[in-house]
Design a protein around this ligand. Structure first.
Ligand code: GMT
Length: 384
């Protein structure tokens, strides 16, 4: 199949899923055309079956806000026509689904029919998408997509509830490359990050307010007050990072925190970590937690959104009431203090991630879904 994929190319889960999916589909022989404003950060190599089409936005003195969605639409039309796309798969509804639906309509007028599949990832539904300035257009774009997937049951239900979209949404979870995300102990990296007797607490995010990164600093302070030698590693960057850094200084724990910024090979850092803390206020799936689990790092998380769905039924970590700093602290402490328990949960975390969320199985789910959508629309190879 010739598949167009649009996503946000920057640090974040939706871009990671879109890019890893495209790479895996290319390996299976599909031709993949990424359409975005810059090269997706996880697209390290352009291989034989992968092309990248950059969307550049034309500015004009009248435009206080250059209309990216329109430039994206035009690029989708171009790529669909000249690369003979069979399907357009867009990740994160705003504005990708809207652009894709519009592109499909433009193409239809030219006698070309291209099915649009939209994958809902999280805040496009739970936060931004419900803002009155977006809601009607997001609802329309979901309703008009030929296929819609959500990354968890929680997100599917939330979409139906908030947007009244009907229940035709397919749940296809996030996934990991278990060969890449696996624990590779690295003593010299560990020594470079912390003192010999210290435990490592890690948080990876894009530091948006929804991630509650400040809660991680508060947990660190409580852990240290209880006499635990803990080093906190922050990976990623974003709007809340300066405030979090400020809080660490204010609480007097800054010497025990390292801000590592945006890192490509996160599996290397995860490999030296002992506990992953995800105190998010909203999280549709929690890809960063899954990556930690695959690297044998037990997870302590809030009970927001899809996190219980990810962790329930596993012995991979603890789900705590959202915002409950005491419980986050207690759970981290248990894991740091009880080596046998830590070892058991670290092993379970890896096994659970590998058993349920491997790339191959999830990519096959997408392939099957594409075929279903193409058959429904009447563009499957058998129909044309
Ligand atoms: O919805 C977002 O905030 C964007 C997205 C991203 O690009 O970071 O994150 C979401 O998509 C990931 C991949 O499907 C999920 O694993 C994350 O849980 C989800 N983030 C939120 O729901 C906050």
């Amino acid at each position: 199949m010739n598949i167009g994929i649009s996503c946000y190319p920057v640090y974040g889960g939706s871009g990671v899923v879109a890019t890893e999916l495209g790479k895996a589909l290319a390996q299976r022989g599909h031709q993949i055309h990424f359409i975005a404003y810059s090269i997706p950060f996880r697209l390290e190599h352009i291989t034989r079956n992968i092309a990248f089409h950059e969307v550049s936005v034309t500015n004009y003195p009248l435009f206080q806000y250059p209309p990216y969605a329109l430039s994206l639409t035009s690029m989708m039309v171009d790529v669909a026509k000249f690369e003979a796309l069979d399907l357009l798969h867009v990740h994160y509804a705003i504005p990708h689904a809207t652009s894709a639906v519009l592109a499909r309509e433009i193409l239809e007028r030219q006698g070309i029919r291209i099915p649009v599949v939209t994958t809902l990832h999280g805040t496009d539904i739970t936060i931004v998408g419900q803002d009155p300035s977006f809601l009607p257009v997001v609802k329309y774009s979901i309703d008009q997509s030929d296929g819609v997937t959500a990354v968890s049951k929680y997100l599917r239900d939330e979409t139906i509830e908030a947007f009244g979209t009907g229940d035709r949404i397919e749940v296809i979870p996030n996934f990991i490359d278990a060969a890449r995300f696996k624990r590779r102990p690295n003593d010299s990296l560990r020594r470079a990050m912390c003192a010999g007797d210290e435990h490592i607490l890690i948080h990876i995010s894009n530091f948006r307010p929804v991630k509650n990164a400040s809660h991680v600093v508060r947990v660190l302070r409580r852990l240290r007050r209880q006499g635990l030698a803990v080093r906190l590693l922050f990976v990623g960057d974003g709007p809340d990072r300066p405030a979090v850094e400020h809080l660490a200084r204010e609480l007097g724990v800054h010497k025990h925190v390292r801000f590592l910024g945006k890192q490509g090979p996160v599996e290397e850092i995860l490999s030296i970590a002992d506990v992953f803390l995800m105190p998010s206020g909203s999280e549709s799936f929690g890809l960063a937690a899954l990556e930690a689990m695959a690297c044998g790092v037990p997870v302590v998380s809030s009970d927001a959104g899809g996190l219980p769905e990810l962790l329930n039924g596993s012995d991979a970590g603890y789900i705590c009431p959202l915002g409950d700093i005491d419980t986050y602290t207690k759970r981290c402490m248990q894991l740091f203090r009880n080596q046998a328990q830590h070892k058991r949960m670290a092993t379970s975390a890896r096994q659970y991630a590998v058993r349920h969320f491997q790339t191959a199985a999830v990519v096959s789910q997408y392939e099957t879904y594409y075929e279903q959508v193409r058959t429904k629309v009447g563009t499957a190879s058998g129909n044309t």
